[in-house]
Structure formats: C-alpha cells, structure tokens
Design a protein around this ligand. Structure first.
Ligand code: ATP
Ligand code: MG
Length: 747
C-alpha cells in the first residue's frame, strides 16, 4: 500500500478531521458516517505521517470489541505490531491503578469484582442486617450504589444527605458496609475503577503529570455516552501544559448526539453538545454522508428520530440505492414472532446466498432472547447470544476463576468462600462460619486461617485433610504463578483441586455440559496466551473480568447474532431484525417514568435501525408472555412514526409466505457449529495428562546437569535440586521452581 492510500479512501471532510491533529477536535455526525473509521485513520496518520510514537496515544472506545477491531485496523494501516493504549475506559483505568493503587491504600494486586461478585457481597450484607431480599433485592441496592458512584457521592456523603427515613437509612448502611467489605477484600468494582483513577489524578499531581506527559494525543469514540466521571478523566488528562506553559488539549472526541442511549446510567449528553464551550478554540467537523445503509433504511431511521424535539436538526444522505423496503410483521404471539424470524433468516440466507453471520436479532431486553434461541435451534440455525447469562457467569467458570483469583490474591475471601466446598470437602455452613468468625476476630484473611494447623486440626480428620490440601494447593500455585503458563496453572488447578473428577463422577448431562464449558474456557486461555505469551495471571484475570457482554462475539463464527439494542452500538450487520416493537417493551416502561425517557428510547430505536446495511425487519406480537405473564399488546409508537411508504405491502405481511417455505435450504444444518464429541474427550484427556505430568515430576528424580524442557521458559539445565525446589538455568535466566508444580520434563 502506498504511503497515504488509506487517506485517499476518506472523503474530504473525513480527511480534514483525520489530518487535524493539534488542539481540540469534535467529530459530530450521524450513524454510519464513518466516525470510527476516521478516528482509526487519524491514529494511523499521527503515527505514519506525523511521527508520533504509539506510546503517546490514548484511544478510548466503548467496548473491548471495538478496541480490538480498532487495534487490528491500525495495525493493518501502519503495517507493524502496535502496543498502543486503544482501550475501554475501564481497561485504561485498571492499567493505571495497577501501578499506583498503593497511593489510594490498596494493594497492587487488588481484585476486580464483577456484577456477580457484587451481588454476593450485597446478599451477605442483607443477611447480616436482616434485610428482606424479597422486598429489596441486591440489584436494587447495587443500582443505587452504582448511581451514587457515578455521581461521586460516597457512602459517608450519602448518609449525610439522606438517611432520614427508614429506607434511606437502610440503603446508607448497605452502601457503607459494601464499601468496607470491598476495601477489606482489597477489591474494587467496575465503578470504582473510574472513580479511583480520577481520585488518584486529583490527589497525586506527580502521577497526573506523568500521564499527561505520556498521552499527547487523546481520542474518545462514542463520546455522547460518557458520564461525569469519564468526562473528568478525559479532562484531567487533556488539560496538560507543554513546556512553554500553554495548554495542549490534543483531544479528539467522536460521537452522535442522536445515539446517546445511556442517560439512565448517568451518561450526560451535554458532554458532547457543550464540547466547543468546554474546550475553547475547538474545531468541529460534521460528516453528512452515510456509507452503511440503503436509502430506505436511512430514511426510516430519519423519520423516527426526527420526532425527538430536543435535538440538533441534521440529516444524512447516501449514494446507495433505495434497496428493499422494510418488512413489518405483526405476529400472534412471541412464539409466532420467533418462528417468523427464523423462517425469514433461512429464506433470505437461501435467496441472497448470505452467511448466517450477516444476520442479527436486536431486542430491547435480554429476557426476549430465549424464544429466539428455541426457534433458531429448532431450525438448526447456528446462533450466538450475547449478554443474558454470560458465558463467564456460568457456575463452573466462576468457580475456576475463583481458584485462579485466589492464587493471584489470597486476601480474596469471596473467592475462597465460593470454592471452599467446591468440589465437596465436607465444609458445611457451620465450619465456614467458624472460619469466618476467626478471620474477623484476628483481622486476617480467611485464607490465613486455613494455614493455621491448630485451627484446622480441630475439625474432623476428613475435613482437616481436605482443607490442608486445598491450602497447600493455593499456596504452592501462588508461589509458582509467575513461573507457569496460565493454561498449565489452569490444568493443574482443575485436576488437583478434584473439581474435574467430581464432575466426571456425576455422569449426568448437566455435568457433561459443564465439562464442555470448562474445556471451552481453556481455549479462551490459550487464545490469550497466543496473543500475549507473557501475560501474567493478574492481567488475564482482569481481561476476563472486564469482558463486557458484547465481547463474546466472535465474528469468525458463522452464526446469527442475538443481542440487545444497547450492546449493538457501533456495530453493523447486513440483515437486522428488530422484534418486540410494542409499547411497554420498546419503548420500555422506563420511558414513561422520566420526562425525556421516551426520547432516549427513540434514540435507541435509531441506533437499532442504523445497524442495518441491506435489509431491516420489524416485528411485534399481539399477545406476549414475558416474566411469566401474558398480556395483549399495542404496537409501538415508533412503528407509527415510521413513514409508511417505506414499509413493504402497506406494512401487512402475508402469512402464507412463511408457512410454505419450510423446505428451503435443507442443507442448513451443515452450517451448525457443532463440537464433535471426540474433540471434547481429547481436550479433557490432555488436561489431565498435563496436570499429571507436572505432578509426576515430583517423584522423578532430577539430577544436576539434566537437560529439561519448561513449557514457558523453554529448555534449560538443572543447577541444583534441594528437596522440592529445583534451580534451572534457562537461555537467559536462572529460575527456582517448585517440583510437582513446575511444568518441566526431562529431555
Ligand atoms: P456509528 O455511528 O454507528 O458508530 P460510524 O460513524 O462510526 O457509525 P463507521 O462504523 O466508521 O461509522 O462506518 C460505517 C461504514 O461505512 C463502515 O462499513 C465503513 O467501512 C464505511 N465507510 C466509512 N467511511 C467510508 C468512505 N469514505 N468510503 C466508503 N465507505 C466508508
Ligand atoms: Mg462508530
């Protein structure tokens, strides 16, 4: 590729933005106008043409997936490996906190609690405070806590401001306990990551200066959805002074006020609308051509969004052809709706020779996904659900993550509680309570209590043996964690904890499913190792903890995507279905609680429509059963707002079309992404073999001078064997390793 070929692909406006590198810059434009593409080219331009070092660039995206895509595209544009900070807000903050958490009184190896962990903490607090969780669910408290953190209201402040009536007092108490427990566990939740980074910058000027100095060029995608804390973060970094004392502000933000869909989570649309005021001298570039969708789809999007009153009037145009009209189908009920969508996918896949991966079903709430899953699998159409019960929320995955989390950070009491009796070790509620009480009295972690033989010996022989074994396992892996590949550590923990065997002994379908997931998890780990062979356990744990729902998405897999409208932001698909177009569902009831709620839902509808490149379907059901209740429904106001001349056949879809097409594409099942059973069996056998090989190294006698191979460090020579410790000289280092744990074998 010629040096600036990539710039020639941009239109004039886009090029102007990509090449405007100094001072504040706002790219404000509608969906599919190439904002993200422009930002990507701008990074390449900075590096290739302006000679900026990648180290000096910070690009913030909304999801990990977007970050990954951008990194890959920049890589292609500049033709070399880049180790640049193209990250989500959370990941960027986490990296910063890892280095400086001590300033704030945290250990550097602090744990990151995901929503499931948070729920566990709050559940325990409710028990402790005798709160009836049927009346006040953990999610209720967590919602308020999160909201407070977004507004920078601490527990103490909350109790100062509120706390007058019974309910507020209770919330204040829960919030306060919650903060104390997290602190004691050396843990932060997702909101903390942002909050604490901003606090760090405010408290420690030296640290702030260091990052201001580093990030000479800052870019933020989807700026319309930033909240107060994210704004503070960007602002602190961007307000840097150069050597002559002038404010630098090389900040480029990109967004679309029509796509602000996170106000309910504290996103502040003013951040983008007032950018020019906030950063005087800012240049604004508006993009007006849409490159994504057909004219009909774009027209439909515009006809809906123009009903919002509080918006800047703007309209996109396109060179693209009109394309097909939008199909609207009014189903009998949600099953009929799902059946229709599955049939359409098969029909269009056949007639357009389209891959399943080109289709997406975008719904308003996760609860809608199940009926589509059923309808699709009945037709052998492969699909992936993003969100809902996330892969990483499954019990077995959480359990293994807890083992690894405990190895990484022994103070993580929550992880230990989770796995102390997983697999069964005979540790009942009473034993656990006793251990917890001791930890509390002594002011130590729960794990430290496990190391106290006097305490452990007071239990029955079986329990005490089991606990000692568990403590030994965690302690040894804790010492060796940096000397092993994460996949070896995983294999070792999975086998030596007895977790795998316990599942195998069950011989149930459910247990088989869990084993399958555990093997799948290993491929996740191996994938990360390939990407970065030096990734530490801590880094790996973070990456997993931070995976937003949308990141399970593997665009290589040929499957229909099912996801919520919210998580589809920034993505595009040739064929898009928007089911559940009913008042109360979409717009959701939330729209009616708040004054501007309906406008936010309308923006979400705009986001949904503009994901489609070629074709769009909207559906509704006359009756719907959701959360166990069946109701008659009313068509969504958004359907009525949509210009009816854009709808196929006056918006009435002929039912016979779909009932007769059942024979289409008999070969569909060829595409089903099935995992052959043998592959699974093989993976399990391999895991066991690796773990056993490591353990055997214990018995095997190594002697000085032996040549050995280590799975992470390569080949080496034994220098010394002393009991369980072996010292080995590798090509560029000498390491002390623990026999029986270290993944070594004699050559
Ligand atoms: P969204 O608001 O949904 O985030 P966006 O403004 O970020 O959209 P992109 O995702 O960057 O838009 O681009 C939308 C589509 O248009 C992509 O498929 C991209 O490849 C294409 N595109 C962008 N700019 C051009 C261009 N100058 N010529 C041809 N195609 C383009
Ligand atoms: Mg974008």
């Amino acid at each position: 590729m010629g040096r600036t070929d990539y710039l020639d692909k941009l239109n004039d406006k886009q090029k102007e933005a990509a090449m405007y590198t100094e001072g504040p810059l706002l790219i404000l434009a509608g969906a599919g106008s190439g904002k993200t593409s422009t930002m990507t080219c701008r990074i390449a331009y900075l590096i290739r043409e302006m000679g900026v070092h990648p180290y000096n660039i910070l690009a913030v995206t909304f999801t990990n997936k977007a970050a990954k895509e951008m990194r890959e595209r920049v890589q292609r544009l500049i033709g070399e490996g880049v180790n640049m900070w193209i990250l989500t807000f959370h990941s960027a903050c986490l990296r910063i906190l890892r280095r400086h958490a001590e300033v704030l009184g945290y250990g550097r190896d602090f744990a990151v609690y995901d929503p499931t962990d948070q729920k566990t903490v709050v559940k325990n607090i409710c028990k402790e405070l005798n709160i009836d969780t049927k009346k006040f669910s953990p999610s209720y408290f967590l919602g308020i806590i999160s909201h407070c953190k977004e507004q920078r209201i601490s527990a103490r402040e909350y109790n100062g401001i509120y706390g007058t009536d019974y309910k507020e007092q209770m919330i204040g108490q829960v919030y306060d306990r919650y903060e104390k427990i997290l602190k004691k566990n050396n843990a932060m939740d997702f909101d903390d990551l942002l909050l604490k980074t901003v606090e760090l910058f405010e408290q420690d000027e030296e640290v702030l200066l260091r990052y201001q100095d580093r990030f000479q060029y800052i870019m933020v995608d989807e700026y319309q959805d930033t909240n107060m804390i994210q704004y503070a973060f960007v602002r602190l970094l961007a307000d840097a002074r150069d050597r002559d004392g002038n404010i630098r502000r090389n900040l480029c933000v990109v967004g679309d006020d029509d796509q602000c869909i996170y106000q309910w989570r504290g996103a502040d649309i003013r951040n983008i609308l007032e950018f020019e005021k906030d950063f005087p001298g800012a240049k604004t570039v508006k993009l007006e051509q849409n490159y994504r969708s057909t004219a009909n789809i774009l027209e439909a999007a515009h006809s809906v969004i123009s009903h919002n009153r509080g918006r800047k009037d703007k309209k996109l145009w396109t060179d693209a052809e009109d394309g097909r009209k939008i199909v609207y189908y009014n189903a009998d009920d949600e099953k009929d709706e799902a059946y229709f969508i599955a049939s359409e996918i098969n029909r269009v896949a056949g007639s357009d020779h389209a891959d399943y991966r080109q289709f997406a079903v975008l719904y308003r709430t996760n609860a809608q996904s199940r009926t589509f899953e059923e309808a699709l699998s009945r037709r052998d159409i492969p699909y992936r659900v993003l969100g809902g019960l996330r892969y990483y929320d499954r019990k077995e995955i959480k359990d293994m993550m807890s083992y690894m989390g405990l190895v990484q950070n022994r103070a993580n009491d929550l992880a230990l509680v989770r796995i102390i009796n997983e697999p069964k070790r005979g540790v009942g509620g009473k034993t656990l309570q006793k251990l917890q009480a001791l930890a509390q009295v002594r002011g130590t972690s729960l794990f430290d209590v496990l190391l106290d033989d006097d305490v452990i010996d007071s239990f029955s022989a079986k329990v005490s043996d089991n606990l000692k074994q568990l403590a030994g396992l965690i302690a040894t892996y804790g010492i060796e964690k940096d000397n092993m590949k994460i996949s070896d550590l995983y294999d070792g923990l999975l086998v030596n904890s007895g977790y795998m065997k316990a599942l195998e002994d069950q011989h149930t379908v459910e247990a088989e499913g869990r084993l399958e997931n555990l093997m799948e998890f290993k491929s996740v780990i191996v994938g990360y190792e390939k990407e970065d062979p030096n990734m530490s356990l801590a880094e790996f744990m973070e990456r997993i903890a931070l995976l937003a729902d949308v990141d399970n998405h593997d665009s290589e897999e040929n499957a229909v995507t099912l996801m919520t409208l919210h998580s589809a932001k920034g993505l595009e698909f040739p064929y898009v279905f928007m089911p559940g177009m009913e008042d109360g569902l979409f717009p959701g009831w939330r729209a009616f609680d708040r004054e501007d709620g309906l406008e936010e839902e309308r923006r979400l509808c705009y986001v949904g429509i503009t994901r489609a490149k070629k074709r769009l379907w909207m559906t509704s059901a006359r009756t719907r059963t959701i959360y166990g209740r069946t109701d008659y429904t009313r068509e969504s106001v958004f359907l009525h707002e949509l210009d009816s001349k854009l709808l196929e056949g006056d918006g009435i879809y002929e039912k016979k079309d779909r009932r007769t097409e059942g024979v289409f594409r008999d070969g569909a099942s060829e595409n089903v992404a099935m995992k052959p059973f043998d592959q699974l069996k093989y993976a399990r056998a391999q895991t066991k073999q690796r773990a056993e090989a490591m353990a055997k190294a214990n018995a095997e006698s190594f002697s000085v001078g032996d040549r050995v191979a280590h799975s992470k460090f390569g080949e080496g020579t034994v220098l010394e064997v002393n009991g369980k410790v072996i010292r080995i000289e590798f090509a560029d280092q000498v390491r002390k390793l623990a026999l029986g744990i270290a993944p070594i074998k004699k050559l």
